[in-house]
Design a binder for this molecule. Sequence first.
Ligand code: NAD
Length: 512
Amino acid sequence: NIHITSILDRLKINDLNDAFSIGSAWGSSNDTTVRKINSPVDGRLIASVKMATAADYDHVVKTAQQAFAQWRSVPAPKRGEIVRQVGDALRKYKDDLGRLVSYEMGKSLQEGWGEVQEMIDICDFAVGQSRQLYGLTMHSERPQHRMYEQYHPLGVVGIISAFNFPVAVWSWNAALAWICGNVCIWKPSEKTPLTAIACQHIVQEVFKANNIPDGVSNLIIGDREVGELMANDARVPLVSATGSTRMGKAVATAVAGRLGRSLLELGGNNAIIITEDADLDMALIGAVFGAVGTAGQRCTTTRRLIIHESVYESFKQKLVKAYGQIRIGNPLDEHMHMGPLIDTDAVKLYLQSIEQCKQQGGNFVVEGGQLSGDGYESGCYVKPCIAEVENHFEIVQHETFAPILYLIKYKTLDEAISLQNGVPQGLSSAIMTNNLRQAEQFLSAAGSDCGIANVNIGTSGAEIGGAFGGEKETGGGRESGSDAWKAYMRRQTNTINYSTTLPLAQGIKFDL
Ligand code: NAD
C-alpha cells in the first residue's frame, strides 16, 4: 500500500491550485479547467490539477525571456554548479519521487527509482559538460587574422514530454539546456502532471537558495493545446518534443513553418535479431524484459523478434514458458514483473490491435486480454501476449504502445536486417549473436538503420552517456550524452583582423 498523502506532503505538492510555475511563484487564471488524475495502479483519484490557459502560457514565456537576459551571462561552470545541486536535491528525494512516478504512471518501483537515477546521472553529466562547451579554432587564409567558433545559448527552450518517462526525458533536456545558458518551459504529459509538479518544487528549492531569478525553470500544466502554442511561438527558438509520431509531425510542421528548431524523440518499432549463433538464455532475458518492461510502454520496447529458422521453434517454446511465469499486478509490489497500462483508453487500443493482428493473419502463441478481479480494479491491467506474424502486416508496421510481441522467422542475415529495417520507425535495434561477422555486418553501414544498435543487449535500457534518439519516423533528434548539447546552442563563427589592412577573402580586390 502506498501512503500517497505523506509522499505528496514530503514532495511539497499538497496544494494543487496552480496551473503554472515560473519558479518561486505559482499561479493560474480564473478560467482554468480541472483535470482529474487517477492512478492506473488502483484507480484511485490522486489529485485534480488545473490546466493552463493561453494567458498563463503567455505570462510564463514573458517571464522566461526576462530570466534568459540574466541567466545567459552567468558563466557556464557556475550554471553547472547549480545543476550539480539539482542532482543532489534529486538524490535526497529519490525514494519519494520514484514511488510517485510508479504510482502515477504505473511502471514498476524499480523502474521508478531507475528513472530518478537517470535524472541524477544526467545532472552529473551536465556538470562536467558545463566546462566543455568547446568550439574549434581554424586557420584563416588571410594574414594576421584569427578565426574560431563559439557556442551561445538559444533562449527559451520548450520541452514537451510523454507520459511513459514522465520526468527523465525532461531532465535530459533541462540539465543540458541550463548549462548551455537557456531557460526552459516544460509542458509535461497531461496524464502525469504530479511528478512534474514535484520536480519543479525540488528544482525551485535549489534555484531559490542560489538567488537565481524566477523564469529559468518553468512548468506549465496543459494538454496538446499548450503544446501547440509552444510549437507556433517564435519566442521559443527550440522545441524539444517527445511522444507519438503523430504529435511529432504536427510539432515539426508548425516549428518549420516559422523556421524554428525542433528536436524530436518519437515512436519506435524495435526488433531483436536472434541468430543461430546466439546465447539463447541471454536472448530470452533481453527479449522478455524488453517486451514486458514498463508493460510495453517504452519507446525502446522490444516489439519484434526476428528469429533464425533453426532456433525458431525452440526459442518460441522458451518464450511461452517464460511468459507463463510473469507476475502481473501492483507495480509497487517488488514481486511483480509487470504493472498496468497508463489508462483504459490504452487498454482499448491494445485490445483493438490484438483483433487487427488476428484479422491480418497473426497466430497468437500466448493469448492476450484484459485482467479483472482482485488487484485489477483500475481496469488498466492486461496480459502480455505473443503472436507469429509477417513483417508487412499493417499492425506490425505500427507502434502499438502495449505488451504485444511479434515473432518473425528468417533464413539469412541479409533478410533479417532487411526485415529489421523494414518499418517506418528507426529507434532501437539489437542482434543476439556470438558470431563476430554477424555482429559487424549488423553494425555496418549496410546494417541496422536505427539510432541505437546493440550487440548481445536488448533494445531497451539506454545509458545517459550516449546520444539517444532515432531515425526515420522516430524524428532524428538526439538527446542526453555525447555531443547532444550542441542542439541547445547556436554556433557563431568569429574572424578577427589584427593587421592594419583589410584584405578580403578569396583574394577579391576592392579599392576605394
Ligand atoms: P503523445 O504524442 O500522445 O503526447 C506526448 C506529448 O505531446 C504530451 O505532452 C501531449 O500533450 C503533447 N501533444 C500531443 N499532441 C500535440 C500537438 N499536436 N502539438 C503539441 N503537443 C502535443 O504521446 P504519449 O502517449 O504521451 O507517449 C507515448 C509515445 O511517446 C510513444 O509513441 C513513444 O514511443 C514515444 N516516446 C518516445 C521517446 C523517444 O525518446 N523516442 C521517449 C518516450 C516516449
